[in-house]
Ligand binder design. Structure first.
Ligand SMILES: Cc1cc2nc3c(=O)[nH]c(=O)nc-3n(C[C@H](O)[C@H](O)[C@H](O)COP(=O)(O)O)c2cc1C
Length: 168
């Protein structure tokens, strides 16, 4: 059986793929875990709801991410959905190697003890259920332990390669 991810000559390159898919607006979510007692995390635009019964969510992590291996090793994560006034937070969590949590308000989640960002719009606390190989990324499925709305405000949105807020 041929390898399902054998690159096909699709007549478009990854820049075109990113340009076209960039027309799908997404929220921005910080995926964070405690690894050896230290907080680790990354920003993702691929956080999604999968199943209500049982409650499952997911996100996609690039195989090049230096934070995701620690998230995976911790076996759990808390997803902090970013609010419209958290663009600076997103920029920090989207940069590799930075001390991402320095000066940031967070506390550990009640169930998985993963970092929850104090100013997030909402939190979803999860244990990692499965990690599925998918080309240059993996799809991570999280079993939801607890979730909560933290602030009644507007979300941070990413659209056509830039940050927006609703109503922009
Ligand atoms: C708006 C936005 C959405 C992103 N979405 C994803 C994503 O879904 N999956 C991913 O692996 N990286 C995504 N990234 C890139 C990661 O945030 C970035 O590669 C990562 O934080 C690098 O740091 P690390 O090496 O510490 O993991 C996104 C970046 C931005 C700005």
């Amino acid at each position: 059986m041929s390898d399902p991810y054998e690159p096909i000559n699709a007549g478009f390159d990854s820049a075109e793929f990113r340009r076209v898919l960039g027309h799908l607006p997404t929220g921005v979510t910080v995926i964070a875990s405690l690894h050896d007692g230290e907080p680790v995390g990354l920003a993702v635009g691929t956080f999604f709801s999968v199943s209500l019964e049982p409650p499952i969510v997911g996100f996609c992590a690039a195989k090049t991410s230096t934070s995701f291996p620690d998230v995976r090793a911790s076996g759990a994560f808390c997803a902090s959905v970013l609010a419209s006034d958290q663009e600076a937070v997103s920029r920090v969590f989207a940069s590799s190697g930075a001390d991402k949590f320095r000066g940031l308000g967070w506390r550990t989640s009640p169930d998985s003890s993963s970092p929850m960002l104090n100013e997030a719009l909402a939190w979803v606390d999860c244990s990692i259920g499965s990690v599925i190989d998918a080309g240059d990324h993996v799809i991570v499925l999280g079993d939801v332990l607890r979730l909560e709305v933290n602030r009644e405000t507007t979300p941070l949105v990413f659209f056509r390669g830039g940050y927006r807020t609703l109503g922009d």
